[in-house]
Design a protein around this ligand. Sequence first.
Ligand code: ATP
Ligand code: MG
Length: 275
Amino acid sequence: MTQTAEGTASSSGDTVGMAHMVRPGEVDISHGAILYVEGVTVSFDGFKALNKLSLAIDAGELRCIIGPNGAGKTTMMDVITGKTQPDAGTVFFGQTIDLLKMSEPEIAHAGIGRKFQKPTVFESHTVFENLELAMKMDKGVWSSLRYRISAEQRDRIAETLEHIQLESRAGIAAGLLSHGQKQWLEIGMLLMQDPKLLMLDEPVAGMTDAETERTAELFLSLAGRHSLIVVEHDMDFVSSIARKVTVLHEGRVLAEGPMDVIQNDERVIEVYLGR
Ligand SMILES: Nc1ncnc2c1ncn2[C@@H]1O[C@H](COP(=O)(O)OP(=O)(O)OP(=O)(O)O)[C@@H](O)[C@H]1O
Ligand SMILES: [Mg+2]
């Protein structure tokens, strides 16, 4: 049985009416937040990679997470996506969906997409086919085999191609794309599943300056419709997209706020930016 992203009307009686009703498959964002991480601790042989980590992400927000190597950024993503089970704490998707009770595929199905650092596209398939496959995989293997795409779905692929600026590459094998283009294709593949929350770990690593700039534009265009969590060490890139920035250090939040405040925070300069 697959656990669904089914939500219920949130607490406080029914006087509020329909505004708080959440349909099956939707995430209850009636309190404004799409993700709550609270008091999360992850230990590896006694070493605390996350140490009572707490943060919340608003619906539609583009949040940048920075911090030194080993701060726990990737481990945090592992917990949210169900790859690592924490020793303590809670992680909720909206008001009602307890992510710690779900498996990795269930979490992906509920609407959390993750992009790893290394692009994993099907190299021998065309760019178009990669997007098509990403859409079909959502339907499950068995229906994929029998499944033909409709005109509407074709339009969605075209729309995504435009979004990731690969229209002119639609017919070529993905293996022939540049590193940056492969990264965009993989983001496009995630978008075909229409995730509510997208998590990207070091998305511009290895990109050219021009590719990095286009990636910034892409992320800014995705915010609002999707919520994004972006982990990056490239501070020029972070500055170009940042709204609210969270600094992790030794498994917990060291500082949080607008980029200009973070850049002038003595503690952040000492542990990270000043190096
Ligand atoms: N599976 C594991 N087993 C043991 N230790 C681990 C494991 N995964 C992560 N760690 C340790 O936990 C700490 C946090 O690692 P994590 O990868 O989350 O850091 P990060 O902030 O993503 O760093 P970077 O910026 O280098 O990617 C590190 O000290 C790392 O060595
Ligand atoms: Mg990492």
